[in-house]
Write a protein that binds this ligand. Structure first.
Ligand code: NAD
Ligand code: IPM
Ligand code: MN
Length: 360
């Protein structure tokens, strides 16, 4: 059966890294008879320039109709000063929310070849394989009311709201427990229950869900401690489940354990495992247009797509293997460069992965 994939390259390095992910996807398609058909559209700043909005209705309709969406990254200085409602990031938030992609999986895995690329000592990170499960369609990102106003005394004030309903917490907690069940059966729920009412409910509901998963060892940790523990002893974690904003911050932090944010893929899934796949990093305006960005997070997001939405385990494994072979060859983009390796650009890295995949 033909599978339709909507490709949204986005802004900044988005189109550069996407070109390399598409190369890998096309080879996997041939080699494993995946029957994928690719369509392309704009999101973020590119969509604002093309349609006047960061997510056009027709693009959203195509995303709904597609079997999966693959996204590069959005945003950039060009659009930082436009009206907040039209900013590129709003397009990303809208597609996540409209497609109900509440379950965001962000795996931080250290490829052994990159042990010396991490800023942490090799023995702290070697063998690292943790999964951050981030709630993606609720919390402070979407809470109402939110407002910017001028007070009677003339002072400017702004506020956001951090709401979580028990059904939102329950469904993301289940994702965390289900992931723990197929891994090492350890789940750490991260919150700020010593301060926030939403976190107190979070903890209560996670405890309730835990009754259905007696085999999983559940712990709770405050987010500030978690940030510290991720650097002190990251291998104590197996699966972390947390809210939208904490998950955003902790996953960028966890990425450095793997050598670079350019190594971290993600899956954003709805209740039927239909989803959108994207690297965790952004559009990297500081290196956009130079052909030096690391495309591996996006290529590994293709692997997650084949695994989670299409159940093509062999093809997904093959992409990961191809990435590992290329790292064995000593090829490195600047962000993961270390002594004795050969520095390559985005396209050379993508070509090397494609050719390793072809020859597997
Ligand atoms: P960023 O992730 O774009 O960049 C942070 C740093 O990491 C930069 O120094 C960048 O060069 C580096 N980096 C990121 N990806 C890389 C890669 N693949 N290879 C090598 N180096 C890489 O974060 P930022 O600078 O805070 O944000 C830039 C823009 O991206 C903003 O507009 C932001 O809103 C947006 N953003 C979008 C997404 C997304 O689309 N999912 C995620 C994060 C940030
Ligand atoms: C991410 C990004 C987004 C987020 C922004 C661009 C809206 O940082 O995907 O991690 O905060 O979720
Ligand atoms: Mn982020």
């Amino acid at each position: 059966m033909v599978k339709h994939i909507l490709i949204l390259p986005g802004d900044g390095i988005g189109p550069e890294i996407m070109a390399e992910a598409v190369k890998a996807l096309k080879i996997a398609n041939e080699k494993y008879s995946l029957e994928v058909e690719l369509e392309f559209d704009d999101l973020g700043g590119a969509a604002y320039d093309h349609y006047g909005v960061p997510l056009a209705d027709e693009t959203l309709a195509r995303a709904r109709a597609a079997d999966a969406v693959l996204l590069g990254a959005v945003g950039g200085p060009k659009w930082d000063t436009i009206e907040p409602a039209l900013r590129p990031e709003r397009g990303l938030l809208k597609i996540r929310s409209q497609l109900e992609l509440f379950g965001n999986l962000r795996p931080a895995i250290l490829y052994p070849q990159l042990a010396s690329a991490s800023t942490l000592k090799p023995d702290v990170v070697s063998g690292l394989d943790i999964l951050i499960v981030r709630e993606l369609t609720g919390g402070i990102y979407f809470g109402q009311p939110r407002e910017r106003r001028t007070l009677d005394n003339g002072e400017r004030q702004a506020y956001d709201t951090l709401p979580y309903s028990e059904s939102e917490i329950r469904r993301i907690a289940k994702v965390g427990f289900d992931m723990a069940m197929v891994r090492n059966r350890k789940l750490c729920s991260v919150d700020k229950a010593n301060v926030l009412a939403s976190s107190q409910l979070w903890r209560e509901v996670v405890e309730e869900v835990a009754r259905d998963y007696p085999e999983v060892e559940l712990s709770h940790m405050y987010v500030d401690n978690c940030a510290m523990q991720l650097v002190r002893a990251p291998k104590q974690f197996d699966v972390i489940v947390t809210d939208n904003m904490f998950g955003d911050i902790l996953s960028d932090q966890a990425s450095m354990l793997t050598g670079s944010i350019g190594m971290l893929p993600s899956a954003s899934l709805d209740r039927n495992n239909k989803g959108m796949y994207e690297p965790c990093h952004g559009s990297a305006p500081d290196i956009a247009g130079q052909g030096v960005a690391n495309p591996l997070a996006t290529i590994l997001s293709v692997s997650m797509m084949l695994r989670y939405t299409f159940n093509q385990v062999q093809a997904a494994d093959a992409i990961e293997k191809a990435v590992s072979l290329v790292l064995d060859q000593g090829l490195r983009t600047g962000d993961i460069m270390s002594d004795g390796c050969r520095r390559v650009g985005t396209a050379e890295m993508g070509d090397a992965v494609a050719s390793a995949l072809e020859n597997l």
